[in-house]
Design a protein around this ligand. Structure first.
Ligand code: SF4
Length: 226
């Protein structure tokens, strides 16, 4: 079953006809995640929060590493000069699971702000979610979290074997949640919504031919809803 929000034109989707595909997909995914999560009983919300616990511990470890070793260079090179080259327009992939995790941990006010910002988007060079105080996501997409520009890598990691190894360990941990050569959180969260009748172009673990091939190779289920 496809959910009504995915298939039936509504005033909201008509309004979005003039938006670009990227923004439309983002809005639809945020609305879907919010709608389904709002309707779930508390016991399922608790189950989901528990399900993402280890991932959030990983995210806290990455944030600590980034804060300790990159905050200074990033704020000097990009934020102060308002370059923010790593937050380029439509330059990031957001997984559906990124959206679900963020909505799960955001307040209603924060979610409203995300939606308002995309709906009022007037273009420009920066990511639609970037404002003067930084990224609007409470838990930003994993691709953003793990991105290091060449300048930052060269200045911080090159020539520092120990730090380079720490970063590689974090990258390996990331794959335990996002790389489907085994059952992973990002795939499971998509499946949770698909089983409830939702669908989104951001469900890459169920849509990307490359990721589907990888899942098949490792004996993971590849068909939607199975
Ligand atoms: S989602 Fe946030 S961190 Fe990622 S590119 Fe946009 S503003 Fe930057």
């Amino acid at each position: 079953m496809r959910h009504a929000l995915c298939s039936v034109p509504t005033p909201e989707t008509n309004e979005m006809a003039s938006m670009n595909d990227y923004n439309t997909q983002q809005i639809e995914a945020i609305r879907m995640a919010r709608q389904h999560l709002r309707g779930l009983p508390l016991v399922q919300i608790r189950w989901l929060r528990n399900r993402i616990r280890s991932y959030m511990k990983f995210r806290a470890d990455v944030a600590r590493f980034q804060g300790k070793h990159f905050a200074d260079i990033c704020s000097r090179k990009c934020f102060a000069s308002q370059t923010s080259a790593c937050c380029g327009r439509e330059g990031i992939i957001t997984f559906f699971a990124d959206v679900v995790i963020n909505i799960l941990l955001s307040t209603d006010k924060e979610i409203d702000k995300l939606l308002e910002t995309i709906e009022r988007d007037t273009g420009g060079f920066n990511c639609v979610y970037l404002n003067e105080s930084g990224c609007l996501w409470r838990v930003k997409p994993i691709v953003c979290e793990m991105f290091l520009c060449e300048h930052a890598k060269q200045n911080v990691l090159d020539g520092n074997h120990n730090l380079g190894q720490q970063w590689e360990r974090l990258r390996r941990r990331e794959r335990r949640y996002t790389w489907p050569n085994r059952p992973i959180l990002f795939d499971d969260l998509e499946a949770f919504f698909i089983e409830a009748g939702f669908d989104s172009p951001l469900m890459y673990l169920h849509r990307s031919p490359g990721l589907l091939r990888l899942k098949a190779k490792h004996g993971l289920r590849t068909e939607k809803g199975t």
